[in-house]
Design a protein around this ligand. Structure first.
Ligand code: FE2
Ligand code: FE2
Length: 327
């Protein structure tokens, strides 16, 4: 059976060719709406909106071509002050997924430069308009491709930083940008792992865990080689699986950088609320209860309190059952 992916209508470019076939869902069936190379017009948008349609569908096999289409326009969209936040959020999500997927297949400076091009204007938008971040937080359900785990963790961690201390003394743009490379790329070391482990539809064996525990060091090495290793990204990539009681990996260290703790909480949260072949997704507020068991320090407590407050703001928007990449 053919697989179709939903895509938010907001990422469609008016007046541009679609590059893939578009479908709409009608009475449970995917009906052709606009063929490849058809120009998506304002009339198309009006027609869909009239029927309350907010999503179109593409074939699963077209996902990469479509991501590229969105990514090609993303810099212009994210930098344009006249484009509504909703459109920017959807564009950022698809575009960042595209850049991250490519970086994980072939991690190199050029790839990371593409991620920078997506993250930097998005952060600028977030700094001037925090509402955007709340919406971005809720958009994480827009999942039709892999690598969403990295984006989700990047979004949750950025939201945590921005909301720490009740949003007072928020990080500067430069500091946030240095951290963000770490959050969005925290699992980049997994690109060195065999797919048989990465995509295993069940729990890992002890031998497989030995390999898994290496991804923080591999990530650190990749970021260093490509010149993307900010101080913060170094701590985040290396320490996001360390735990203050020494039970983490790769070194079992107890003195953990605050940015790595922020990443750890975002990481655990996304894993808990994601569907896996061997477990159902947890409700966000239940996931918070699990996070509370990870509190070792006053800073940890502050992070969980901040997370709880953020979810309170978005609670009704937050049922996010979906399949995500591994922790
Ligand atoms: Fe990880
Ligand atoms: Fe992770």
């Amino acid at each position: 059976m053919e697989v179709f992916h939903p895509i938010p209508l907001d990422v469609m470019q008016i007046g541009e060719k679609t590059v893939v076939d578009l479908f709409i869902l009608h009475e449970g069936r995917h009906m052709p709406f606009l063929g490849t190379d058809g120009v998506f017009t304002r009339e198309h948008l009006a027609e869909l909106s009239r029927f309350g349609i907010t999503k179109v569908y593409i074939r699963g096999g077209d996902a990469r071509a479509f991501e590229k289409y969105v990514h090609d326009f993303s810099e212009m969209i994210l930098n344009d002050p006249t484009i509504p936040p909703r459109v920017k959020e959807a564009t950022f999500y698809v575009s960042a997924s595209h850049a991250l997927r490519k970086a994980m297949i072939d991690p190199g400076q050029e790839r990371f430069e593409e991620i920078r091009k997506t993250i930097r204007p998005m952060l600028r938008n977030i700094m001037v308009n925090k509402v955007l971040l709340n919406d971005l937080f809720a958009i994480t359900e827009h999942d039709f491709i892999t690598y969403t785990h990295s984006i989700n963790v990047g979004i949750y961690a950025t939201a945590l930083v921005m909301n720490l201390n009740g949003g007072e003394n928020a990080a500067s743009m430069e500091s946030l940008e240095r951290q963000c490379y770490g959050y969005f790329l925290h699992d980049i070391g997994k690109c060195m792992m065999p797919l048989s482990i990465l995509k295993k539809p069940g729990k890992l064996s002890e031998e497989e865990w030995v390999v898994m525990r290496k991804h923080p060091q591999w990530g650190y090495a990749i970021l260093m080689e490509t010149g993307f290793l900010t101080d913060e990204a170094a701590y985040i990539s290396m320490q996001h699986h360390e735990r203050p009681d020494g039970s983490g990996y790769p070194f079992g260290m107890t003195d953990i950088h605050p940015c790595a703790r922020i990443c750890a909480f975002a990481d655990i949260f996304d894993a808990l609320i994601s569907e896996r072949p061997y477990k159902s997704p947890m409700k966000p507020l239940d996931a918070i209860e699990v996070l509370k068991k990870e509190i070792y320090t006053d800073f940890d407590r502050t992070l969980v309190d901040t997370f709880t407050r953020m979810l309170g703001l978005n609670e009704e928007q937050m049922p996010l059952p979906r399949v995500a990449a591994g922790m």
